[in-house]
Design a protein around this ligand. Structure first.
Ligand SMILES: [Ca+2]
Ligand SMILES: [Ca+2]
Length: 468
């Protein structure tokens, strides 16, 4: 197994010094912060507006409840979130948003019936619900976790519209957890204001406006698709500890952000990778307690219960990568505090196998991995303290061939090796500057930089996945 020293390899490549003395000759991007900033001034690109358009408030705090746990917790109970008008159908909805979806305050102040549950549906395009839910037609089959909404004035049972949480389909009815839609019971704390507590019941589909289907559910299944659909999706934890996915469009942009969940303050380093090997992207997370946790992606959205696949990794930098061409799954490249570099194969799709030492002298380098140069093998790319970007090509057998300097201006704040941002087969680097600007540097198949593109400002406080 060839071992490579980061520092020795640097000194041994004569071209590196020539490049360093003549920045204009660099193959890499010439980062001109002034020009970049100028190009962004006045920009109203979609990404920036996507950051500010949500009227609904994302919630931080504890990890979210599953739908099942929520139903168990609130069945046969009265819920009054806002302390007014007793326990109404809206209170159950709001509680569901806060406990399961991770948002709060989706507005009902939209025409034609502001203040009623039907406005959650009628105002969908403007009330922030589109960040969290997809509208599904009333003729579709509802699934557990959907939110059923009845129209205003359309049905004698719910003349002022209605909202309830779907448990399952029941033919002409829908089985729901529903509040204020059954007879009052003894001990009703809101006599005269509301009737029955949240109960499981079948309600007719007559008068349905449709269903709001969560885009992501903790432990879910819902939505019929994985929560992370592309390696180019940008996952980011905001300063409140809420984890968001900005789904890649495949055409050089991102769609409306989708919440994955709250309670992610303790994440140190997060990676999207198909660790389990089933074709669905998972999350591999280094946590502040030094554990590495695997959150397996669900085929229909959400993530399974995490498992701990490593302990004692506090001072170890991690980069998941399929480092050897014979590996069937990506393993873990690990940089120790002393600069030693190891590779932990992942044979089982769960815990890691015994490590293999693959290098020394990597202190001071910040690592990432991708197939940069377009041969069949994963490579390591590294940022040094001067902002140089270094390519250490992998041989596919666990070693490296000679390194080279491929860029400068990449001072460490966030460098994401990205595939698929500009469509299938595309690759490049997403780079966040110290000022919080996110830029994309496309790469040719052979690893030559193309003209960078500004994606948008405002990323300073985010913890970005797939970077150190
Ligand atoms: Ca997987
Ligand atoms: Ca390669």
């Amino acid at each position: 197994m060839a071992a490579v020293s980061g520092s020795l390899a640097f000194a041994g490549v004569s071209g590196a010094y020539a490049v360093a003395e003549d920045p204009e000759s660099l193959a890499g991007p010439q980062v001109n912060e002034e020009a970049l900033q100028a190009s962004l001034d006045g920009s109203t690109n979609g990404f920036e507006s996507a950051l500010g358009d949500n009227i609904a408030t994302p919630l931080a705090g504890s990890p979210l409840s599953t739908v099942d746990a929520f139903i168990t917790q609130w069945n046969n109970k009265y819920i009054d979130v806002d302390g007014s008008y007793g326990a109404q159908c809206w209170d159950l909805w709001e509680k569901y948003c806060r406990s399961v979806i991770g948002c709060s305050g989706i507005s009902t102040q939209f025409s034609p019936n502001p203040g009623y549950a039907s406005a959650l549906w009628d105002g969908y395009a403007r009330n922030g619900a589109s960040s969290y839910f997809t509208q599904v037609s009333a003729s579709s089959t509802p699934v557990k976790g959907d939110v059923a909404i009845w129209k205003y004035g359309q049905h004698p049972y719910y003349p002022y519209s209605h909202v309830a949480i779907v448990i399952g389909d029941a033919g002409g009815n829908v089985n729901v957890l529903s509040q204020n839609s059954s007879p009052s019971v003894a001990g009703n704390p809101y006599p005269g204001m509301s009737t029955g507590p949240s109960i499981k019941q079948n309600l007719t589909k007559a008068g349905l406006a449709g269903y709001l289907r969560p885009k992501s559910l903790p432990g879910g299944p819902s939505g019929g698709r994985p929560s992370i659909r592309s390696k180019a999706d940008l996952l980011a934890v905001d300063s409140a500890g809420v984890l968001w996915n900005y789904p890649a469009t495949g055409a050089g942009g991102f769609g409306t952000k989708i919440m994955i969940g709250g309670g992610w303050i303790g994440m140190v380093s997060g990676w999207t990778v198909d660790w389990t090997g089933n074709g669905i992207l998972d999350m591999v997370i280094k946590w502040s307690d030094g554990t590495i946790r695997l959150y397996p992606g669900g085929a229909n959205g959400g993530f399974g219960t995490y498992s701990v696949i490593g302990q004692g990794w506090t001072n170890i930098e991690i980069v998941p990568a399929r480092w050897r061409s014979t590996d069937t799954r990506p393993g873990m490249i690990a940089k120790l505090a002393n600069g030693d570099l190891y590779y932990y194969p992942n044979v089982s799709g769960a815990a890691m196998s015994s490590s293999i030492k693959i290098g020394i002298g990597w202190s001071g380098l910040s690592l990432n991995s991708m197939n940069f140069n377009g041969d069949a093998n994963a490579d390591i790319i590294a940022q040094d303290s001067t902002g140089q970007l270094l390519l250490y090509p992998g041989t596919g057998t666990g070693g490296f061939s000679a390194k080279s300097v491929v860029g400068h201006g990449f001072h460490k704040t966030g460098l994401i090796a990205n595939t698929g941002f500009n469509g299938s087969g595309s690759k490049g680097l997403l780079f966040r500057t110290a000022a919080g600007l996110l830029n994309y540097y496309p790469l040719s198949a052979a690893g030559a930089f193309q003209n960078p593109v500004a994606i948008g400002p405002g990323w300073t406080s985010f913890k970005l996945f797939n970077t150190q």
